[in-house]
Design a protein around this ligand. Structure first.
Ligand code: CTP
Length: 300
């Protein structure tokens, strides 16, 4: 406690998070690494520095982490953990899938992946170990093991590989229901007259994982509906053998790409109180709190 900073650090009972920045040689020095290890052993969190041109002119590791990354780390470190989800492995799909016709054309949809990414963050913040299978172009959330995929087939393969080690699955991806029967390796030339594209069904990832689950594994799906929301969702809940389904009203600009959103959870007990309208990050936190309560009550 030789100066104000170290005095405050010694006295505080608040969570402590370090975001070190220094010369690459210093960063890699065993003394620095051993000291960081010691800080971690006190329960302090460390956001590793990024790489780039450093203030000293050298290039390498040691650059202060992105402010957005530091903000995410503060969010994770400062969020109270939920017993039912702490350390639990949760698999999440997010984003659109893309079904290629040829090297330049693709079939996709208007989903951005924002809701699924916010769900991944919200599960991460309460202590879950999240694996995210992500389509689309949005950046990967910090602190979440993410695998990027393009097609429904790739998303299914990535999910199947991770499902046996997961305790729960949340299907937030907007998976293309159809793909072109054949993808051409060369750009397809236009022809005169009507042109026909033959589509075939893609695998249903949610139904596949739900059908192959162990009794203790839980499965939550989404239903994007534009009419007769609860009737259609109840049918999906039963047909896909889900524990819960979150019903999203996608009519008239709501849902896909919109800032605020509303979700109606539906379980075997029927419709639950509506969550939202809320911005997607807050809505995702509300979903996680709601689902943790469901898991808790199921255990009683
Ligand atoms: N889903 C999936 N794989 C697919 C299609 C959908 O995993 N090939 C998942 C979505 O991630 C979502 C849920 O299934 O959680 C419902 O998707 P939705 O498109 O609303 O319903 P569908 O079952 O495709 O039925 P429909 O198109 O008739 O509405």
């Amino acid at each position: 406690a030789s100066d104000l900073l170290s005095t405050v650090l010694l006295a505080t009972r608040a969570p402590v998070l370090w975001a070190p920045a220094m010369n690459t040689g210093m960063w890699e020095h065993p003394a620095v690494q051993a000291n960081l290890q010691r800080l971690r052993s006190y329960g302090h969190a460390v956001v590793d520095p990024g790489e780039g041109v450093l203030a000293c002119g050298e290039e390498g590791a040691g650059k202060l982490a992105d402010v957005a990354v530091i903000a995410e780390a503060i969010q994770v470190h400062g969020t109270p953990k939920l017993d039912t989800l702490l350390g639990r492995r949760v698999l999440i799909t997010a984003g659109p899938t893309r079904e290629d016709l040829d090297p330049v054309r693709t079939l996709t949809n208007r989903s951005t992946g924002a809701m699924g990414i916010e769900l991944a963050r919200a599960f991460r913040d309460v202590g879950a170990r999240v694996q995210l299978v992500l389509g689309g172009d949005l950046p990967e959330p910090w602190g979440v093991e993410t695998v990027r995929v393009r097609s429904a087939q790739q998303m299914l393969a990535a999910c199947k590989a991770r499902w046996p080690d997961s305790e729960g699955f949340v299907a937030a991806a907007a998976v293309a229901d159809q793909r072109p029967e054949a993808a051409s390796p060369e750009k397809v030339k236009k022809t005169d007259g009507p042109e026909t594209l033959t589509l075939v069904r893609t695998p249903d990832i949610l139904a596949t994982l739900a059908a192959g689950r162990q009794p203790e594994q839980w499965v939550v799906g989404f239903a994007a509906e534009s009419e007769m929301h609860l009737e259609h969702a109840a049918e999906k809940l039963a047909r896909k053998r889900l524990d819960a389904i979150l019903v999203n009203d996608v009519q008239a600009g709501r849902g896909f790409g919109a800032q605020a959103n509303t979700l109606t959870p539906l379980t075997a007990q029927g419709p639950q109180p509506v969550l939202g309208p809320l911005p997607k990050d807050q809505l995702a936190r509300a979903v996680v709190q709601w689902w943790a309560r469901c898991l808790e009550s199921g255990r009683d």
